[in-house]
Write a protein that binds this ligand. Structure first.
Ligand code: HMG
Ligand code: NAI
Length: 438
């Protein structure tokens, strides 16, 4: 069947959009409109708030909002809110928090908070002249953004640098204004982009009037002005350490556990196939807190994975070693986060999440998020090198399988009891449920 394009879809009401969708794509799912509407919040102003976060909204998409308690970070005990759909992530974070809470807790430190944005432009002419022009125009650029940065300056932030960068080798005529920013408690994307567009406009206008330029040189072409989500100097470090003997577990001596753990990390450091999964486990913790606090997880994901490949090969974000009988496990990651701006103060659950975290500054949140990632990785690797991942993960996943198989509350109770003594797998649950039902 050929589907005709629709014009003016954005102008339809929510009900009209659902009707169009139902008659175009959901003809066979008669209860689809009702399912979409079932998720509308009965409080119409709250529903409207959610609809206005984005465009063409039809419904709300729930994710579980959970909590991982007992996180001792730099001497303060946090309960960390997490928004995530995957079973065993919150349990794993909680377990790691409990484990390290008894061994001195997590230490976290912000190593830098520099954000980056670039004006990408094409200049065809003598480089020397461009360099001289840039030197002359730089104070004018800073002057041009003054109204935009005034308040940020009062908070101790603003533009911290503008550099002219020659990228000719990569692309003929390509240069950049490489700009750095301090955005304090905001992630800063909108602030940075506004500043960059103002820089671009002033730069182009000034070039048109610059007498030393020829007609071609005056015609600078601004290609785009945009922040970078790669922020290698907006960096946070999280670490745990303890005497090796304190790691004894699952019948392993502390030394044997540490040896296996360090080796598993070395594999993730050298083998990209393993590193991607290893880092996915870290992102289980990071994304969950980033989402719960209303931050931009796409930005965080893009930046962290770029950092994992910064030396030309994708590698593990975490590292571990044993020195003088002391086990150390640590991670350094770039994180551009906000505790003001974006959705952070708009989504009622993000606001609660930030309250649970004691209204952190952006730097505090960087530390908390990094610790959540490190804890998650510890739990996953600990499982991998001892019981295997499936035992714990499938124990938590049991409810999902039972729900898929439409188990009744009584059947669920019986199955939970049964699987206390048996390993969970999809087929094992199917079989046990069939036996129970027959
Ligand atoms: C799953 C556990 C924690 C079970 O671990 P366990 O030892 O069976 O748990 P337990 O029942 O003995 O409880 C110990 C503690 O764990 C937590 N805990 C335990 N159960 C719950 C629960 N229902 N709800 C909330 N918290 C729970 C909780 O802190 C609890 O203490 P308590 O609250 O009793 O004082 C463990 O096996 C584990 O950490 N596994 C790792 C799971 C994991 O990493 N999941 C991520 C999904 S897999 C993946 O995507 C990534 C991966 C693995 O591929 C990455 C990689 O390869 O590196
Ligand atoms: N590539 C990317 O990552 C892009 C992301 N975005 C989106 O931009 C949003 C984040 O941009 P922001 O500029 O952070 O948010 P925002 O536009 O809501 O602005 C935050 C503003 O809060 C004010 N503020 C109040 N108190 C402050 C304090 N203590 N510290 C700092 N600022 C304070 C400042 O005026 C600041 O500019 C996110 O929603 C993100 O998804 C937008 C464009 C591109």
């Amino acid at each position: 069947m050929m589907i005709d394009p629709i014009s003016g879809f954005s102008k339809l009401t929510k009900e009209e959009k659902i009707d169009w969708l139902s008659s175009t794509y959901l003809k066979d799912s008669q209860n689809a409109p009702q399912i979409l509407k079932q998720y509308w919040n009965p409080d119409s102003s709250l529903q409207q708030l959610h609809e206005e976060f984005t465009e063409n909204t039809l419904s709300n998409y729930y994710l579980p909002f959970g909590i991982a308690p007992n996180f001792m970070i730099n001497g303060f005990r946090y309960a960390i809110p997490m928004a995530i759909e995957e079973s065993s992530v919150i349990a794993a974070a909680s377990k790691a928090a409990k484990f390290w809470g008894k061994r001195g807790g997590f230490k976290a430190e912000v190593l830098g908070t520099q954000k980056i944005g670039q004006v990408h432009f094409i200049y065809s002419g003598e480089k020397e002249k461009l360099v001289n022009f840039f030197r002359k125009v730089k104070p004018e650029l800073l002057e041009a953004v003054e109204p935009l940065v005034r308040n940020m300056k009062k908070r101790g932030g603003g533009v911290t640098g503008i550099e002219l960068r020659d990228k000719n080798e990569a692309l003929g005529g390509y240069f950049q204004l490489h700009c750095t920013f301090e955005t304090k408690d905001s992630m800063g994307a909108n602030f940075i982009n506004s500043c960059l567009e103002r820089f671009a406009e002033s730069f182009k206008t000034a070039a048109e009037k610059h007498e030393a330029f020829s007609a071609t040189e005056k015609d600078i072409e601004i290609v785009m002005s945009i922040l970078s989500n790669y922020v290698p100097d907006c960096l946070v470090r999280a670490e745990v350490s303890c005497p090796v003997e304190d790691l004894a577990d699952h019948g392993l001596t502390g030394e044997a556990f540490a040896g296996k753990f360090v080796r598993a990390l070395k594999i993730a450091e050298t083998e990209p196939f393993r590193a991607v999964t290893h880092n996915k486990g870290i992102m289980n913790g990071i994304d969950a807190v980033v989402l719960a606090t209303g931050n931009d997880f796409r930005a965080v994901e893009a930046g962290i994975h770029a950092y994992a490949a910064k030396d030309g090969k994708y590698t593990s974000l975490t590292h571990a070693d044993v020195r003088n009988g002391q086990f150390r496990f640590w991670m350094e990651i770039p994180l551009a986060l906000g505790t003001v701006g974006g959705l952070t103060g708009l989504h009622p659950l993000s606001k609660i999440a930030l309250e649970i975290l004691q209204k952190p500054s952006a730097e505090d949140l960087m530390k908390i998020v990094a610790v959540a990632g490190l804890a998650q990785n510890f739990a996953a690797v600990k499982s991998l090198i001892t019981t295997g991942i499936q035992q714990g993960h499938m124990k938590m996943h049991l409810m999902n399988i039972l729900n898929q198989l439409q188990a009744t509350p009584e059947e669920k109770e019986a199955m939970v009891e049964h699987f206390k003594k048996h390993n969970v797998s999809h087929s094992a649950v199917e079989e046990a449920l069939e036996n129970l039902r027959s």
